[in-house]
Design a binder for this molecule. Sequence first.
Ligand SMILES: Cc1ncc(C[n+]2csc(CCOP(=O)(O)OP(=O)(O)O)c2C)c(N)n1
Ligand SMILES: [Mg+2]
Length: 578
Amino acid sequence: MPDIGASGSPATDFSVSLLGEFVRLGVRDVVLSPGARSQALALVCAELERIGQIRLHVRLDERGAGFLALGLAVESGRPTLVVCTSGTAVANLHPAVLEAHHSGVAMILLTADRPSELRGIRSNQTTLQPGLFGVATRLCIDEPAPHGAGAEPGAAISLARRATDAATGLRSLDPGPVQLNLAFREPLSAPVTLTPELISGPAGLAESAAVLSEPILSADRPEPVFLVAGGPRTVVIAGTGAGPEAEEFARAGGWPLLAEVCSGARFGPNLVSAYRELLLASDLGGRVERAVVFGHPTLSREVPAMIAREGVETIVVAPTGSEWFNPGRRVRVFARAAAPDATAVEAAGTPDGREWLGRWVMSSRHLLAAGAARESIPMSDRGITREELAAMRAPVTRPMLADAVWRSSWPHDRLVFGASRLIRVADRRVPGKKISVHSNRGLAGIDGTVATAIGIALASQTGPAPQSTGVTRLVVGDLTLLHDIGSLLLTPGEALPRLQIIVGNDGGGTIFDGLEVAASARAEAINRVLFTPQQADLANLAAAYGWSYGLAASRSDLERALTSPHAGPSILEVPLVR
Ligand SMILES: Cc1ncc(C[n+]2csc(CCOP(=O)(O)OP(=O)(O)O)c2C)c(N)n1
Ligand SMILES: [Mg+2]
């Protein structure tokens, strides 16, 4: 005879122990999609929300739910839970799991399943769920259905601990997704009432949060801290996830900082915004002898080409992760951290060192100024001129859009870019600014972008002021928005994201117009299978989902909409010419 648990349903008792432990470990956001098999987990989540222990986000579509969890985890720095039912529901999490895998984001999937006796006999809504995500999960456990044994609460607690450990990369230094596949048997749930005392154990919120973010350096293959000596002509590259460490490193070593727009390091006196053009210049890019890379560079061909070049020695720095950026497999050193040594600091002060840095920084500034002049409005001191008026009424261009969004973003705001053209336009031209920028560059998919941005917006709104008082702006192409249009579906009663989606609508995927094949293939064929035209009515879509909508046909419309965004979720459509 099994022991009888508190509720009368082993599924519910197990869920209380499991989710209670996750809360103790510092989990605050849970994303949930409805389903019968997962009802015990879902109803315990509803209780935890009621007593103020978690923020619960209910989403119909598991694909969007996965990306919402990703965005919440990226912004909050905490692992986020995803709860779903069995069958295709689980498979819908796959795109977000892959992105989280490649970008090292902690998310923990609680996938409900049939018990063993119902598997492999064509039971309804039953497939092979454990292992579905292959190598993309850091840990995957197929947990048999609880049946009320006395050891089950303890097992649930250790399961939560193992999952959190693996997802945050506490020991492995390799954070990422975890799947707990949880079998449940009838009765699938029983009524449960929770009190805060029942679940708030000794490990408080602050304590667990501190532990989650504590870096533990392993002395395996990568160097724990690599000291970079002076001498070779060096550039510092910052890709996604690089963060302020890259800027600090470049400044300490007196080296030019080639920082992508979503690197978190696009600021400071050593910044080279126009790095793509300058890497092609023989007297700058052509003379590089050493590169130190932070984060994951994805936006240019020039960076990997330089690293793969004969005569360039590369050091790649990543505090976490198990796969290393290694173009042409020519990287010499992999390290968990790096610092310039005394000889490097000394070399930075020599005429040679100063000339090298100065030339990169000044050339970049000149290029940026020339680009800005091309897009700027001619100003006169005698009020508005005819030219000025015409410029304000002219259609918006991509550079104009990138500049305007960048200018209107402040440190308490968040900026998210979709994949495709606009992030590259911004990367080529925007100057240094210490603002929070995210883009899903793990796999650079155009999927889940709206959900990711909603997650970032919602998580950004929960912390202390002033960081929590800003606006999140998402800059996307039309196809990227339409791909994730279902994520506009918000749940009544939940907090609204302060999110402005700025969609550059050029009627299809214009990034493909830049492919070499576009010059040789039949135009109709390119249109049909690459550009893939669309004529969706974004105003009506916004209305259908209850988002406010605006159209920015001119620069003055754009400036106005960006500086006074709607308080809640809104879409700003910006027509762009192909
Ligand atoms: C999930 C996924 N499918 C397909 C692609 C390939 N892809 C890259 S960009 C793009 C088109 C994007 O079009 P849009 O969002 O309108 O941006 P634009 O190129 O017009 O600026 C596609 C289909 C991808 N990156 N991810
Ligand atoms: Mg487009």
